[in-house]
Design a protein around this ligand. Sequence first.
Ligand code: NAD
Length: 325
Amino acid sequence: MISAQKHVLITGGAGFIGSHLAEALLETKYKISIIDNFDDFYNPAIKQKNIQEIIKNPNVQIFHDDLRNINSIKALKSCKIDSVFHLASKAGVRKSIELSDIYRENNIESSIALLKFALNNQIKQIIMASSSSVYGNHTEQPWHEDLPDLKPLSPYAQNKLECERLGQKFASENQNQFIALRFFSVFGPRMRPDLAMHRFTKKILNDEPIDLYGSGKSYRDYTYVSDIVAGAIASMGYTKPGFEVFNLGYGEKVTLSEMLSELEHVIGKHGKYHHIPMLKEESFGTWSDCGKAKNRLAYNPKTNLHSGLKAFFEWYKAMSPENSL
Ligand SMILES: NC(=O)c1ccc[n+]([C@@H]2O[C@H](COP(=O)([O-])OP(=O)(O)OC[C@H]3O[C@@H](n4cnc5c(N)ncnc54)[C@H](O)[C@@H]3O)[C@@H](O)[C@H]2O)c1
């Protein structure tokens, strides 16, 4: 039974995944606070739109601020927060290559500020959005959480692994709980405009050529956003103290070529492709072993690629032009 009094803080709650998470938590009668700086990594108007319905709910308060300032927000200090979902981050592998210092400064410093806030405000549970990219090109697949010697390939992936380690230290020193959820290629309505499916959809519809990294044989474990949200909410019920990591994937590998032909099928139109070399900072293939999350969180991803792409494309057609920037 979920208490109407439970208060959850979502960092990055105006983003793609954060706004879906906020909606789902409100449906189950949580009280939520969101902190988001609406950064211009992509058009902030998209984020305003993501939360335009959410902020009408009386159980929501939103702080338009940088997470690095959280310790000076008086209205948040006076709240009794039960759990934090830490999603605020500059995301994406490719941009992190050119902007590594900016990524590091944002992603690490904001996480440190959050941990300090959690300590000062006796918050017992922090659940962080980590990423499959921390596995790099680890050869033992499907990837499971206990794989040793992780070698993340990009600055973004390195930031995520560093934040996991900060969380692990924090949990062991303070008897708190820190859960890192390694998300695998999340897709669905409100998907970020820099993500492949979103970019490809726009280009196919506009008859523009698409640069494809590699031969088409690289692969991803595409995971629908509602499944990610269900797994994240399930992790709130995980009570074992200390540090824990869970993969949240779908559990299937889909090649880039397979994903494109499914997308073309859903759109009803073919794209024009131009192959360019893969980036060394990107994993060749990602594939999740979801066994631990299934066993301990009763995680049960339900949405396959075809259904998820249909839902994504319905949303894409319905949205206004600012979302396709
Ligand atoms: N989308 C994916 O496929 C995927 C995969 C793995 C991990 N993740 C992680 O999940 C989380 C959410 O991803 P998303 O795709 O929804 O991205 P998103 O960019 O849509 O959401 C992130 C939000 O964080 C906010 N933010 C960034 N820095 C901030 C700061 N310093 N202070 C306050 N707010 C800040 C942004 O304005 C944005 O609204 C991220 O941590 C991302 O790294 C996403």
